[in-house]
Design a binder for this molecule. Structure first.
Ligand SMILES: Nc1nc2c(ncn2[C@@H]2O[C@H](COP(=O)(O)OP(=O)(O)O)[C@@H](O)[C@H]2O)c(=O)[nH]1
Ligand SMILES: Nc1ncnc2c1ncn2[C@@H]1O[C@H](COP(=O)(O)OP(=O)(O)O)[C@@H](O)[C@H]1O
Length: 217
């Protein structure tokens, strides 16, 4: 379906769709649903030193690694960005992302504002940032509690970080309030489509419009 609205081209470079939010605003749920319908979009799977939550699969949701392995990867330049978030370390493996982008696939990131800043510094042209806000503080606390995957202490700690987290909204290209899940999903799909249609992301345009020249007598 995507191919029918983009000009035919062999050199499309993928974009990096980066989502950040306070913990519990809905990034994980939104990315899972987005990936179900976007077949030219892959998720960047991060490495983390945080323990796996119930139901999280190593290699699918995160690569769960030890501190020493994290240090090794960071030192060896194997991470595109990395940061301390809520007491643990998180990072984006470089290779998978670079491979996808060069094959013309878009990559979705669920990373915090520190990671988004680093990606912006490294590859501003390829990055599209979306900041997701919860409707209000109480609803955020409710979501964190009903997700029921973190201890009360972890939920309480994450709630202390909300006011600092939200100050970063202005560093993103788009900001949306995730009140109605389906509406947010629709908004994200629209952002992705609009960004794909950008002139500079369609390098085949010059060649394509040449086809419309008057035929030579
Ligand atoms: N900088 C950076 N942040 C990450 C990465 N992976 C996850 N995060 C962020 O770390 C924070 C905590 O993630 P997680 O423990 O899965 O909790 P959740 O986002 O509330 O489900 C979130 O803000 C994520 O966006 C990464 O590779 N790099
Ligand atoms: N629009 C929404 N309305 C109500 N609940 C939501 C909405 N979006 C997400 N949730 C719920 O909120 C909780 C936290 O969402 P999650 O995707 O894990 O957030 P994040 O990845 O940003 O920490 C989950 O239980 C999820 O089902």
């Amino acid at each position: 379906m995507l191919a029918s609205v983009l000009v035919p081209q062999s050199r499309r470079r993928g974009l990096m769709l980066v989502m950040s939010s306070p913990s519990g605003a809905g990034k994980t749920s939104l990315s899972r649903r987005l990936l179900e319908t976007e077949d030219e979009l892959s998720m960047s799977v991060s490495v983390t030193t945080r323990p796996a939550r119930p139901g999280e699969i190593d290699g699918t949701h995160y690569f769960f690694i030890k501190e020493e392995e994290f240090d090794r990867m960071a030192l060896a330049g194997e991470l595109l960005e990395h940061a301390h978030v809520y007491g643990h370390r998180y990072g984006t493996p470089r290779k998978a992302v670079e491979q996808a982008l060069s094959q013309g696939r878009d990559v979705l990131f669920d990373i915090d504002w520190q990671g988004a800043q680093q990606l912006r510094e490294a590859a501003a042209d390829d990055m599209v940032g979306v900041f997701i806000l919860p409707p209000d503080r109480d609803e955020l606390a409710r979501r964190l509690r009903t997700r029921a995957q973190d201890s009360d202490a972890v939920v309480a700690y994450r709630m202390t970080q909300v006011s600092a987290d939200v100050t970063h909204w202005a560093e993103y290209d788009y900001v949306l309030v995730n009140a109605e899940f389906e509406a947010s999903l629709w908004a994200l799909r629209s952002v992705l489509m609009a960004e794909r249609l950008k002139r500079r992301r369609q390098p085949g345009l010059t060649e394509f419009v040449r086809r419309f020249r008057e035929p030579q007598a």
